[in-house]
Design a protein around this ligand. Structure first.
Ligand code: BMP
Length: 226
């Protein structure tokens, strides 16, 4: 890993999602810490396509399935298991369904197969202040009870990242990870979330849609050291 970045593979419309993703990964190789796929890729490429994409990622890369799960436990397991079987190591879920009959089932399933749960505690869009931001502490404490690997918190509002880090510091697992989207295309500068306490920044379009994703990543991260 050269940069603490997870690259979001959201293929543009009109491009073959698998070919496009493999080209991005070929350009970036091990420079980012990992790669993230989500519904824009899965609904078009299916789990077979997602598996082909996972198979070209460097072995040490974090392979994040951004499913943003929000359902009853057994149904979340059906979805998460498809991503795990396709080679993904980390699964993102919403927290607001709660633990009983929801997140506990998912956490137990993922632990059993050696995969990791990541909870979304707030989002990078401005509207997230209305609901998500009201429950940051509760969401982090929920994750802490479940022993989650980490949390998604918005790079666009660094005070939320700082708050998650503060709550984690008093929790049983202070070294849980924070991953932060919102760099580049959504307006935030590289390293802003890392400086606020995140472990990884999520970057999509400003890297993946460049002529050379490698040069774009270097231009974003190499020239603005923290
Ligand atoms: P981009 O850098 O192109 O804006 O991509 C950001 C990525 O992070 C997208 O895959 C998006 O789904 C995801 N994301 C986000 O932008 N904000 C959030 O709060 C949570 C996300 O998962």
């Amino acid at each position: 890993m050269k940069y603490p970045v997870i690259v979001a593979l959201d293929p543009p419309r009109g491009r073959d999602p698998v070919t496009w993703s493999i080209k991005v990964i070929d350009s970036l190789r091990s420079k980012p810490a990992g790669y993230k796929i989500g519904l824009p890729l899965l609904v078009r490429a299916g789990t077979r396509g997602a598996a082909d994409i996972a198979s070209v990622m460097p072995p040490e890369a974090l392979r994040v399935a951004d499913l943003k799960l929000a359902d009853i436990g057994p149904v979340m397991i059906l979805t998460a298991s498809a991503a795990v079987e396709a080679g993904y190591t980390h699964v993102i879920a919403h927290p607001f369904m709660g633990v009983e009959g929801g997140l506990r089932d998912l956490a137990d399933y993922l632990r059993g197969v050696g995969a990791e749960l990541v909870l979304l505690v707030s989002m990078s869009n401005p509207g997230a202040v209305i609901y998500f931001d009201q429950f940051i502490d509760e969401f982090v404490l929920t994750g802490s009870r479940l022993g989650v690997w980490g949390y998604v918190a918005p790079a666009t509002r660094p005070h939320i990242v700082r708050r998650v880090r503060e709550v984690l510091a008093r929790s049983p697992n202070p070294s849980a990870k924070i991953v932060s989207p919102g760099i580049g295309a959504q307006g935030q500068r590289p390293w802003a979330a890392i400086k606020a306490g995140a472990d990884y920044e999520i970057v999509g379009r400003s890297v993946t849609r460049a002529e050379s994703p490698e040069n774009a990543l270097e231009n974003l991260y190499g020239s603005h050291a923290p």
